[in-house]
Design a protein around this ligand. Structure first.
Ligand SMILES: [Zn+2]
Length: 115
């Protein structure tokens, strides 16, 4: 499902246009034209998206009988089970960003370190 703020690659959009719009005409200028609209020019003119810097941290919610930890994202509230305490996992590749909302989890406060 498309989200209003999805970041996508122009080349992927161009490939999708080429593949899915069979009545597009490839003109002499190397452009796909549909009803007089030069699609590659239209796509090129869309402004570059500025990714939102979302900062969050893992909140420890307790330990289970199997010694896994319940953690939640401070930003979106999505919960996960991990092997390791919330304070120690943010350096591991899988947990540097929230799998649900994409918040940057490298840190313990609202400090902004997105780059
Ligand atoms: Zn999240």
């Amino acid at each position: 499902m498309m989200n209003k703020y999805d970041l996508v690659y122009r080349d992927d959009i161009i490939d999708a246009v080429k593949k899915n719009i069979p009545h597009a005409i490839f003109d002499d200028y190397g452009n796909y034209t549909v009803r007089g609209m030069r699609l590659l020019d239209v796509i090129s003119d869309v402004p570059v998206a500025q990714p939102e810097c979302k900062k969050g941290w893992w909140v420890e919610m307790g330990v289970n009988a199997d010694k896994t930890h319940n953690i939640v994202c401070s930003k979106c509230g999505e919960g996960y089970k991990t092997k390791g305490h919330a304070k120690s996992i943010a350096t591991r590749a899988k947990w540097k960003f929230c799998p649900s909302c994409g918040a940057d989890m490298r840190g313990e406060s609202d400090e902004t370190i997105c780059d």
